[in-house]
Design a protein around this ligand. Structure first.
Ligand code: GDP
Ligand code: GDP
Length: 446
């Protein structure tokens, strides 16, 4: 179950990033240890009294451009209303209530999502009277905190969890419709692909400034009765008020929400551009969330080809996205329809891989073969011993490895085991995870 998303919004300089960074501690990167993935402090997983949530720092407002500040704040609030489960609206006790705060509050009062009014920079108890004017916003009782002094964080987190809906119990038996998200940079062809698959015109939201949406969901049922819910994140369009950097950040934010609720992500690239930095970022999100994926190279019609172009391009893409080199790559044209009919088949195949269960016996046969062929690493005269493996879960397939000492494991050896598992069990398109458990002393000698 995905953790609830909590968005932090508010004017520039009210202390959003300070709060975010204090909460996030060191765990602020998207894909910490994966080479090639740009670090970006967009979201952070936070634990509070045994419950988890994900904070998103919507950021992206340029305070230098006074005239468009308000429209940027509206855009930010809209994104939060579209994507988050709870919205924390930050204001500043030192500056007091501002007109821009009132404007944003007007928007927020219309959402059905829970909104928490936070008054930051309440650095000492003597400032209590600074809170009163914020009641005027009509967003309920303000919660005073001090980001720099880390005061009031507990009250705020309690309030956030109080607002969250109880998660419904998951029914394993219930029939599940495959959720497929189409993600990628603006203009790579996401809408075109969705329309091509769906085969008829869908009602499109127009380009009117200010219209934004998280994603369009469309249920697609093929001739054999297989259904797929297509989550199209194309909703973000260039708006005059939004700077390039902001646009990029917002498109990543929208991708996060879609990726988290999908079973399989279709990552679209533009054949003419290859893998760009932002593509890598979105790919990193998919991998990090443990989601299966298919890589689509779109606009293949527009590429000048000679013998071997396709294979060369495939190799280049998989080497640029090294941490995802287990993914199938399809070359399509949403414009002409070339190979578009293979997309859903491929998506279903990788979803099957993500749900695959390996029996413990077979798993340990493969593990033994692997450790016999290449001995586990040694450090300080001690060798890693892997006693036993068992599959802990699916989506992504995760394996518990019982070991003598998890500190003896090296990345290269883990990668080797992963390759052995992939050779034996396929797992095309899905990440797999290893969880190392030291075997306890009482279980026997080590
Ligand atoms: P953002 O633009 O909303 O992300 O704001 P920042 O987190 O960058 O903070 C803006 C300024 O306010 C920085 O100089 C912070 O040090 C300061 N600041 C943040 N939180 C507090 C606080 O609780 N008390 C005081 N006095 N200053 C704060
Ligand atoms: P989105 O922002 O990712 O949803 O991208 P769109 O589907 O709106 O497409 C952006 C532009 O790329 C439009 O002008 C499309 O006509 C064009 N486009 C989409 N797919 C293809 C393709 O396969 N080949 C070519 N040549 N152009 C395409």
């Amino acid at each position: 179950m995905a953790k609830p998303l909590v968005a932090i919004i508010g004017r520039p300089n009210v202390g959003k990033s300070t709060f975010f960074n204090k909460m996030a501690g060191k765990r602020i990167s998207i894909v910490d240890d994966l080479p090639g993935v740009t670090r970006d402090r967009i979201y952070a997983d936070v634990e509070w009294l045994g419950r988890g949530l994900t904070l998103i720092d919507t950021g992206g407002i340029d305070p230098r451009s006074d005239d468009v500040l308000l429209s940027q704040m509206r855009e930010q609030a809209q994104i939060a209303m579209d994507t988050a489960d709870v919205i924390c609206f930050f204001t500043d006790a030192r500056e007091g209530l501002k007109d821009d705060d009132r404007e944003v509050a007007n928007m927020l009062r219309r959402t059905r999502k829970p909104v928490i009014l936070v008054v930051n920079k309440m650095d000492h108890p003597g400032m209590q009277n600074h809170l009163y004017e914020f009641y005027e916003l009509g967003l309920g009782e303000p919660i005073g905190i001090s980001g720099v002094n880390m005061l009031g964080f507990g009250d705020l987190l309690d309030e956030i969890f109080r607002c969250l809906p109880e998660l419904p119990p998951q029914d394993e038996e219930e029939e599940h419709t495959l959720q497929m998200a189409i993600v990628g940079r603006p203009n790579v062809g996401k809408s075109s692909l969705a329309n091509r698959i769906l085969g008829q015109k869908r009602t499109m939201v127009s380009d009117i400034a200010g219209t934004t949406r998280d994603a369009i969901d469309t249920l697609y049922v093929d001739e054999e009765g297989n259904s797929v819910n297509i989550i199209d994140t194309a909703g973000i369009r260039r708006k005059r008020a939004v700077e390039d950097e902001t646009l990029e950040r917002y498109s990543v934010l929208r991708s996060i929400a879609a990726i988290r609720r999908c079973d399989v992500a279709v990552l679209m690239l533009d054949a003419a551009d290859g893998v760009t930095e932002q593509d890598t970022k979105i790919a990193g999100l998919i991998h990090d969330e443990g989601k299966a994926a298919v890589i689509l190279v779109n606009k293949w019609d527009a590429v000048e080809k000679e013998t071997g172009t396709l294979e060369k391009t495939r190799k280049k893409i998989l080497s640029d996205l090294k941490f995802m080199d287990y993914c199938p790559v399809l070359f399509v044209s949403a414009l002409t329809g070339q190979r578009v009919h293979t997309v859903l088949d491929q998506v279903r195949q990788v979803y099957a891989m993500a749900r695959k269960r390996i029996t413990t016996g077979v798993l340990n046969d493969v593990l033994n073969e692997a450790t016999n062929a290449l001995q586990p690493p040694m450090q300080g005269g001690r060798r890693l011993k892997i006693y036993y493996a068992t599959q802990q879960g699916v989506c992504p397939p995760s394996f518990l490895l019982f070991v003598n000492d998890e500190k003896l494991m090296f990345f290269a050896y883990e990668r080797y085991l992963e390759n052995c598992f992939r050779k034996a069990f396929d797992f095309t398109g899905t990440p797999i995870r290893f969880i190392l458990r030291p075997r306890k002393k009482e279980d026997g000698q080590s």
